[in-house]
Design a protein around this ligand. Structure first.
Ligand code: SF4
Ligand code: SF4
Length: 162
């Protein structure tokens, strides 16, 4: 997609009312993940690490039978925005089979990725557009929603007709 096509798409999507946009995104999320196998992909774990909250660190360190400080020393660093992130990607907990080695205890950000089923989707549309380059499910979701919005904006207006 060219920058001008991207701009036109953003303009189109931002015209949709907030609640309606959430519904469109959530329905498209369900459809996209019904036909996406994350175990065949793992791209988010390979290319972008999650943020780790204090709660994540304590839970995962406990699971690994480590002290929080030792876990931080071994796996995390503070990024430019002051957030705790992985020292390296691909994530060291990602297996060769794309299974997560700490799945039950994985960070909240991993559970919520790619965030296309949360409320107030328009507020994170920039992030979703960035995630489109990483996540094939997000690509499907945005294509799906854009097609629906396009189709409804082209419907004839019959108001006033008999
Ligand atoms: S913790 Fe698990 S889900 Fe999160 S990035 Fe690492 S491998 Fe992926
Ligand atoms: S990038 Fe998207 S499709 Fe791929 S594993 Fe992550 S969430 Fe699943």
């Amino acid at each position: 997609m060219t920058p001008s096509e991207e701009k036109a798409r953003l303009k189109l999507l931002l015209k949709v009312k907030d609640r309606e946009f959430d519904t469109l995104m959530h329905d498209a999320h369900e459809r996209a993940f019904a036909c996406t196998d994350c175990l065949q992909c793992g791209n988010c774990c390979k290319t972008t690490g999650p943020l780790f909250t204090d709660k994540d660190i304590t839970r995962i360190a406990k699971h690994l039978r480590m002290k929080d400080a030792a876990f931080i020393d071994q796996y995390l660093r503070t990024d430019e925005e002051g957030d705790m992130v992985l020292q390296v990607v691909p994530c060291p907990f990602l297996g060769a089979d794309n299974y997560c080695g700490i799945y039950e205890n994985r960070p909240k950000a991993c559970r919520e990725y790619p965030h296309t089923d949360r409320v107030k989707q328009k507020q994170i549309l920039d992030l979703t557009i960035k995630n489109e380059k990483i996540c094939p499910a997000v690509e499907l979701i945005l294509k799906d929603v854009t097609a629906l919005v396009n189709a409804s904006s082209k419907k004839p207006n019959n108001a006033g007709r008999r």
